[in-house]
Design a binder for this molecule. Structure first.
Ligand code: NAG
Ligand code: NAG
Ligand code: NAG
Length: 193
């Protein structure tokens, strides 16, 4: 766990009306999404963790691959501890209940402590992992052409930051945290499922 290196300071918080579509999927995880697998995590087994299929996601160009690949073994880029910048989505109203988001964050920490902090995220149509409980939904999107690994303790810290800080009093209804190199992002929003 390298939470201290995540850029989550209030100074990094800013409001956005529109970001490029791939970095803001307001109110839906992805067009045409279907569930590939789901499991329930947390001490009470009540937070749904889903691997979804996003049929319209192209696999990004494998531009940076050769420099990372070394000697031909399938690369996995570990982005645990990488910095990201928070954006709140305007306008106010209809955001998730932060208490429900806290249940998700606690379940992630529970899983981290009891099973594994690290998880893998695929590419292209297989680049999205979703966690949801009651009114709150959060998802991780890998925008890299290679598989990534990330850690649940960092995801939990981001949920804990966005949920209470992108609310109606901030003229917001959820938000996201976009990696400094834009190769992944995490969104927190209202669960409409
Ligand atoms: C090359 O492959 C070996 C064995 O699979 C691995 O231990 C080593 O780290 C790899 N080197 C690079 C530069 O990726
Ligand atoms: C945790 O998950 C990662 C990614 O799937 C895997 O490489 C690692 O072996 C797992 N660790 C344990 C202790 O199961
Ligand atoms: C989707 O990605 C996960 C995580 O990298 C991987 O374990 C799984 O095999 C992939 N599924 C498909 C259908 O590619």
């Amino acid at each position: 766990m390298k939470v201290t290196s995540i850029v989550l300071a209030a100074s990094s918080l800013f409001l956005v009306n529109a970001t490029p579509a791939i970095m803001k999927r307001d109110q839906e995880v992805c067009p045409g999404q279907s569930t590939v697998s789901e499991t329930y995590i947390g001490a009470n087994h009540n937070v749904k963790l889903t691997q979804v299929h996003c049929p319209e996601n192209p696999t990004p160009e494998r531009r940076a691959l050769s420099s990372r690949q070394g000697n031909g073994t399938a690369p996995v880029v570990d982005v645990c501890g990488a910095t990201c910048n928070t954006n709140c989505f305007t306008p106010s109203g209809g955001g998730p209940n932060p208490n429900d988001c806290s249940v998700i964050a606690d379940a992630m920490r529970y899983y981290s402590q009891n099973v594994n902090d690290t998880f893998l995220i695929g590419t292209g149509t297989n680049n999205t992992v979703v966690a949801q409980y009651s009114t709150c939904q959060t998802f991780y999107v890998n925008q890299d052409p290679v598989e990534q690994s990330y850690c649940l303790t960092d995801w939990a810290a981001i949920v804990d930051f966005i949920a209470p800080n992108c609310q109606a009093t901030q003229n917001a209804h959820g938000g996201n945290c976009v990696a400094a190199d834009q190769q992944w992002f995490i969104q927190v929003q209202t669960n409409t499922a």
